[in-house]
Write a protein that binds this ligand. Sequence first.
Ligand code: GTP
Length: 186
Amino acid sequence: MKANYTNKLSIKLISIGDVEVGKSCLIKRYCEGSFVSDYITTIGIDYGVKKVPFNDSLVAINIFDLSGDDDYKTVRRPYYKDTLGVLMVYDINIRSTFDNLNKWEKEAESSGLDLSKCIVIVVGNKSDIKNKREVKAETAKEWARNKGYHFYEASAKTGANVSESFKYLFEGMFNRTIDNRSKYVY
Ligand code: GTP
């Protein structure tokens, strides 16, 4: 039976973080329940839409998966605007990918995105890899907490904490639409 929704809403989510940290794999794991082990770099931007019911609304989440490659900096810039949710990813086994989150914040802000108005989650990915850890969970958790972001360690490979991360992100984004519904109706 086809569900009837009072509203159809459209919201925007972006993913940011260094190359190869696993942004595309996390999104694919959540949206399709699968994992790709061959590395295919995002060329500029990947786009997809996921429709999720929320109360009496059907919410289209427009996902813009931004390439982490600096060659695409100019291509990425216009995609920051009007974003409600941010998936900020680093690799727990490569310290520089965590340190570079400061760089990603700067790029987002200088491209017109006010992160303090977004729901941001920081995901330390590749938690399935053992004995190579370069970033302690407590360090990243504290960094995220100071910024007002939520933090998870996850693995796109095993699926650990992936649905929890997206659930938190989506619920936060959905709640933000409540006070300003007309902005998101389509
Ligand atoms: P760009 O599109 O270049 O910015 O990279 P990305 O951040 O989207 O990375 P992508 O999702 O393409 O993954 C990069 C590589 O890491 C691929 O070889 C994946 O198979 C691997 N990978 C992603 N997530 C995990 C994970 O949780 N564990 C392990 N072991 N490997 C992962």
